[in-house]
Design a protein. Structure first.
Length: 307
């Protein structure tokens, strides 16, 4: 159990679930040509999860002082796991993730793509050791990492399989993945800033200059509110422009994504306590979950429409 806390097992499950949904409930159901076998795709998921897990471990190592103040009940490193053991986990997970990345890059005859795994691992290390000290930059890096785990599906499973005959169909599938990557980035960016407001006391005492510490909670709320309004606007425009004829998709999006986003925006106005920001963070995680799952609803609705 202590090791599950160290690697944030629930978050890793969400990451793996997301990549499996895109492969088996979207790409496979869309009958596009894919470059990876099922076995190699599972390796891609494992590589992504290992590098993300390594990022969580190094972050836990660097956050010992902050967690002792803000989340003493969740602290693992220095309590039930020694710092040396945690570093060994970090090194092992990162090596496995990057190593699988090198293997898969050669499988698809794109050896330079291995640099993606090295870049992500490096950014996660830089985030834990320095970027989180810089307002907004740390939030952007974390949000970008989730988006990258979607983009990497297109790079490894779609791009190598494109030829003259399937170019249009493959581009369409790749574009949809990019749209979801943008969605994941925006929602995760909002969530990371909300988490900064939740962890403000611990960050302040540990000398971490997060956005709410740098500019104040009220101004941070305005930024989160603006981002929330922008994300709602983009979602409504996208659904109206591309998916309006798919009734189930429209209902699903309005009830499980747009509705909760409006709820977050309203609740944010009067939120001040740590538990209120924690609640908003959980709601945003659920929005992200249902947002990713919506790709399966789109495929299902399209099949019903064309049946």
């Amino acid at each position: 159990m202590k090791y599950l806390k160290l690697i944030r097992f629930q978050n890793l499950l969400l990451l793996a679930f997301m990549q499996l949904v895109f492969r088996y409930l979207f790409l496979k159901q869309s009958y596009v040509d894919l470059a990876l076998t099922d076995f190699n795709y599972i390796l891609l998921v494992i590589a992504t999860v290992c590098i993300a897990a390594g990022g969580y471990v190094i972050n836990n190592i660097m956050d010992q002082d902050t967690d002792e103040i803000a989340k003493p009940q969740n602290r693992v490193v220095g309590i039930s796991i020694s710092e040396t053991v945690a570093y060994n986990w970090y090194i092992g997970l990162t090596i496995v993730g990057v190593g699988i990345g090198f293997y898969l890059s050669n499988v698809i005859y794109k050896p330079t793509f291995a640099s993606m795994f090295i870049l992500v691992a490096t950014l996660l290390y830089m985030y834990a050791t320095s970027f989180k000290q810089i307002p907004v930059l740390g939030n952007v890096v974390v949000a970008l990492m989730l988006s990258t785990s979607i983009i990497i599906i297109g790079l490894f499973d779609i791009l190598p399989a494109i030829d003259v005959e399937n170019r249009f169909r493959m581009k369409e599938a790749f574009d949809i993945l990019m749209h979801y990557a943008v969605f994941a980035f925006i929602i995760n960016l909002i969530r990371e800033i909300v988490k900064d407001m939740e962890d403000m006391d611990g960050d302040y005492q540990s000398g971490i200059n997060s956005l709410p510490i740098a500019i104040g909670v009220q101004k941070t709320k305005i930024i989160v509110g603006v981002l929330t309004i922008i994300s709602i606007g983009i979602l409504v425009y996208y659904v109206n422009s591309n998916l309006f004829e798919l009734d189930y998709v429209v209902y699903y999006t309005m009830i499980l994504i747009v509705g909760p986003l409006i709820y977050c925006g309203v609740k944010l106005l009067n939120a001040s306590a740590k538990k209120e920001f924690h609640h908003l963070s959980l709601v945003l995680k659920m929005i992200l979950f249902f947002g990713i799952l919506s790709v399966a609803v789109i495929v299902f609705n399209l099949k019903l429409t064309h049946a």
